[in-house]
Design a protein around this ligand. Structure first.
Ligand SMILES: NC(=O)c1ccc[n+]([C@@H]2O[C@H](COP(=O)([O-])OP(=O)(O)OC[C@H]3O[C@@H](n4cnc5c(N)ncnc54)[C@H](O)[C@@H]3O)[C@@H](O)[C@H]2O)c1
Length: 374
């Protein structure tokens, strides 16, 4: 039996990961630690919380007492750190919060894990750890900086972050590697490309475009829309993290990518065309439209796109070479983008209650109801 601590498990990827673990493994216990910032929604995992294998703690990863109390209550074997401030635009507005959560929060988790996992010292003074424990840091391809028109990031590409967000994630990665070198703490770092899929907060590109179309709003695209990202279906990412946590070589970094580079403008155009096609094929989906809610959906077209002033320091291209994880762990991105984007859009059309809940803050009432008086 494995005991997991999943931080940030009420956010987009963390919640998908919790659902994946519960489906994949029977003999596990999971504690989710999440501070429920604007990006964390307990509603996303509320059905899962009925499962006795899952429990939830509201708290900040920078709070050493909260993290220690979790290790006191159960013998954590695997700590998977998703918790982070994750939006580049917000990091440009408020860098300090990013450094606090992403760097100091990571360091606090590492320290606590080290303390509770240490069973003794070897003859050179290095800590000895309990069998089977591991810390996994969920990082990003953005730590490698920006690419020109060709080439791929590999695990040995020099770190060259450009935004306060990516700089804070790079700082966290360096601290993780420092604990691996200095204290021989068993760690892995995974660096993934842009995820897409269900439960994505509607401030990020794909859910934002879907949401704006449903609200009859313009679709803002930075600059000329030529920035290229590699897109990875979130469930494929979850599978990769599970494989690295269980079988990855200790101390190694693994890149996780979708082999699926797209320009932002093409993602937006494809999203527009797919929503319209799905609504034409199944008129019941038109019910998701808030405004203008008419039968005639010819207005859902590329004219909704509006180009806005580019993001400061906008990286031009990210592209990941995931050959190492394929070679060592047999992982590859199973979901073709053409299928993943349809699944994602269908999910949003069918789950407008979730969107309403996370954007209206209703989940906070849910939290009060569930946990307010504990
Ligand atoms: N979404 C992507 O495409 C992507 C790509 C590369 C890497 N990542 C990394 O993956 C991880 C998860 O990303 P996501 O998109 O799910 O993010 P998210 O913003 O959807 O979720 C982050 C979660 O962390 C929680 N959190 C934030 N600060 C916290 C704190 N101080 N203490 C406890 N909990 C806190 C939030 O409440 C939220 O539930 C992040 O570390 C991010 O850097 C994401």
């Amino acid at each position: 039996m494995k005991n997991y601590l999943v931080t940030g498990g009420a956010g987009f990827i963390g919640a998908n990961f919790v659902k994946y673990l519960l489906k994949k493994h029977s003999d596990i216990q999971i504690v989710v630690l999440d501070d429920l910032t604007y990006a964390g929604n307990l509603g996303t995992i509320k059905d899962d919380l009925a499962d006795p294998r899952l429990s939830f703690v509201k708290g900040n990863i920078t709070d050493s007492a909260v993290v220690a109390s979790i290790f006191e209550k159960q013998p954590i074997d695997l700590l998977i750190n998703f918790a982070a401030e994750s939006h580049v635009d917000r990091s440009i507005e408020n860098p300090q919060l990013f450094l606090q959560t992403n760097i100091l929060g990571t360091q606090n988790l590492l320290d606590t894990a080290k303390k509770y996992w240490t069973t003794g010292k070897d003859e050179n003074g290095y800590p000895i750890y309990r069998e089977g424990v591991k810390y996994l840091q969920v990082s990003t391809d953005e730590v490698y900086g920006s690419l020109g028109e060709t080439g791929y990031f590999t695990e040995t590409t020099p770190l060259d972050p450009r935004s306060p967000y990516s700089a804070s994630k790079t700082g966290a990665d360096l601290i993780v590697m420092a604990y691996s070198e200095t204290y021989k703490l068993p760690v892995n770092i995974t660096r993934c490309s842009n995820n897409y899929g269900p439960y994505h907060f509607p401030e990020k590109l794909i859910p934002l475009i879907i949401n704006n179309i449903l609200e009859g709003k313009k679709l803002p695209v930075y600059g000329d829309g030529s920035n290229v990202r590699d897109w990875l279906y979130v469930e494929d990412h979850c599978k990769a993290i599970d494989l690295v946590a269980l079988n990855g070589r200790t101390g190694e970094v693994y890149n996780i990518g979708g082999h699926n580079e797209k320009r932002n403008i093409d993602i937006v155009r494809l999203t527009i065309a797919t929503i319209r096609r799905l609504m034409e094929e199944n008129p019941a989906y038109k019910k998701a439209l808030k405004s203008p809610s008419s039968d005639d959906i010819s207005w859902i077209n590329d004219n909704l796109i509006t180009f806005v002033k580019d993001r400061l320091g906008h990286d031009q291209r990210y592209a990941i070479d995931p050959a190492k994880i394929t070679r060592e762990l047999g992982w590859y991105p199973e979901t073709r983008f053409e299928d993943g984007i349809v699944k994602t859009i269908r999910w949003y059309l069918e789950n407008q209650d979730w969107v309403k809940e996370v954007t209206s803050g209703e989940y906070q009432h849910y939290y009060e109801e569930m946990y307010g008086n504990r």
